[in-house]
Design a protein around this ligand. Structure first.
Ligand code: NAD
Length: 468
């Protein structure tokens, strides 16, 4: 087995212990991830702290380094993608797209600037508002898009002048470590450190006194723990958390034209997307036809090992998530729901689960009320659009939502009533790195992407000069 190493102070570092990394297509261990020791964690944070003064002073050097970093990722995209598929499960082509997309995010960040705002400039004085980096940022990421989520956050933190200690999920540590290996010489030592280990490492990192900002993506439960830790030291925090996005399908849609788009809004990455469509409310006049169209798509799309060329959707990433998805489907079945298609695992090894469409299910069923984060979609019906909006909003989640209609103005009016960070019309999942992205209610605090992400990586400083 190859040895994967941490990146600390520009060096690739071995660890004394390691943990197993499982290929979700087979359920078997295929590699081991390095378990960062408490001493190595300290070293990573301390070197990030030591690298901060020089890094934060020179924007031109930061831009150049980020461009080099993007180039190094592009140059190594094939080998990183292979490992991403092995540890995450997604089809290889999608893994390649994730890696290349990460390089683009870094290039875009390298072009961002936060201009100084002049509030007053006259004979009495000069008042400027500047944006300054925090210092050392702890970046903690989940297992669904390990590289692109990490690189979006890291790029924003670095271009703003922060230094970073990055900790990926223990389910998908290796692709991020390979990124570290690729960009080792693109950045000055200590500017970006990558450490891996089991969940307690995340908690130790967030508790470290040198960390001034925590940028976290993951579940609501862990996000609340991170926020509680941050509060004890008034560390700044950005939280990108779970979602339970509703799609409202109005009575005037052309089902034949939109069902495929809605299917991919729900099943991309096998449903393991924070902003996937996780429940559908379809008008009663189109409900049956939509259920049948979605079920036909679900049956057609090949689920399997991401390394096989025919695979369009990979397995669920890990055993705990696979068990959770199975449990939510069984709960719906016991409650009297109709499992229109799917509803069982595929094969007898690994974590592939059949694309599943569920109908005749209540809002109170767990598959509707909770975030499934897997290849299962409940399709409910409504008769009154105000009632559909109320049901869509009747949740602690508030990440995204969508409205589907042949009348864009009508759909936009309904979309504006959804309580969520992004409301789409006739699409779902569409993200651009230049628009802010964040959740309302339990789905998050703060924003990433574009200048809003950059602002979130900084705090304000007022320079107030007396003249005359
Ligand atoms: P998770 O909360 O279990 O883990 C996320 C990360 O936190 C991992 O790196 C984990 O090791 C670390 N961690 C665990 N305990 C910690 C602690 N006490 N302190 C600090 N770090 C700790 O989430 P997951 O299962 O990896 O990811 C799935 C969840 O992430 C879903 O709910 C999904 O919706 C959400 N997600 C949200 C977004 C978004 O942008 N809003 C994007 C992707 C995923």
């Amino acid at each position: 087995m190859s040895e994967y190493k941490l990146l600390i102070n520009g060096d690739l570092v071995s660890t004394e212990s390691s943990f197993p990394v499982i290929n979700p297509a087979s359920g078997e261990v295929f590699a081991r991830g390095p378990e960062c020791s408490p001493e190595q964690l300290n070293q990573a944070v301390e070197t990030a702290q030591a690298a901060f003064p020089a890094w934060s002073k020179d924007l031109a050097a930061r831009k150049k380094a980020l461009v080099a970093m993007a180039g190094a990722i592009q140059a190594n995209s094939e080998s990183i993608a292979q490992v991403l598929t092995l540890e995450q499960g997604k089809p290889l082509q999608q893994a390649k797209t994730e890696i290349m997309g990460s390089a683009i995010q870094i290039q875009l960040a390298a072009g961002l600037e936060l201009p100084v705002e002049v509030i007053q400039d006259n004979d009495k004085g000069l008042i400027e508002v500047r944006r300054k980096p925090y210092g050392v940022v702890a970046t903690i990421t989940p297992w669904n898009f390990p590289v692109s989520i990490a690189m979006g956050k890291v790029a924003s933190a670095l271009i703003a002048g922060n230094t970073v200690v990055l900790k990926p999920s223990p389910y998908t540590p290796l692709s991020t470590l390979l990124v570290g290996q690729a960009i080792q010489s693109a950045l000055p030592p200590g500017v970006l450190n990558i450490i891996t280990g089991s969940d307690p490492l995340g908690s130790h990192l967030t508790n470290h006194p040198y960390i001034r900002k925590i940028d976290f993506t993951g579940s609501v439960g862990t996000g609340k723990k991170v926020a509680a830790v941050a509060a004890t030291d008034l560390k700044r925090v950005t939280l990108e958390l779970g979602g339970n996005d509703a799609a409202i399908v109005l009575d005037d849609v052309d089902v034949d034209a939109m069902a495929k788009k809605l299917f991919w809004g729900a099943f991309t990455n096998s449903g393991q997307v924070c902003i996937a469509t996780k429940r559908v409310y379809a008008h009663e006049s189109v409900h049956q036809k939509l259920v049948q169209s979605l079920a036909a798509m679900a049956d057609k799309v090949v689920v399997g090992d991401g390394m096989l060329p025919e695979t369009r959707l990979g397995p669920v990433n890990n055993k705990a998530q696979f068990d959770r998805v199975s449990e939510l489907v069984e709960d719906a079945r016991k409650g009297g729901a109709t499992i229109v298609t799917g509803g069982q695992p595929i094969g007898d090894k690994g974590y592939c689960y059949a694309n599943t469409i569920i109908s005749d299910v209540d809002d109170s069923a767990r598959i509707v009320a909770e975030e499934q984060f897997g290849p299962v979609l409940p399709v409910l019906s409504f008769s009154d659009v105000d009632d559909a909006i109320r049901r869509a909003n009747d949740t602690h989640f508030g990440l995204g939502g969508s409205v589907w209609s042949s009348n864009v103005d009508r759909a936009t009016e309904v979309a504006s009533q959804l309580e969520c960070g992004t409301a789409w019309v006739n699409q779902h999942l569409a993200l651009t790195p230049m628009a802010p992205f964040g959740g309302s209610k339990w789905s998050g605090m703060g924003y990433i992407n574009g200048r809003w992400g950059l602002e979130g990586s900084t705090e304000l400083q007022v320079i107030n000069v007396k003249r005359g």
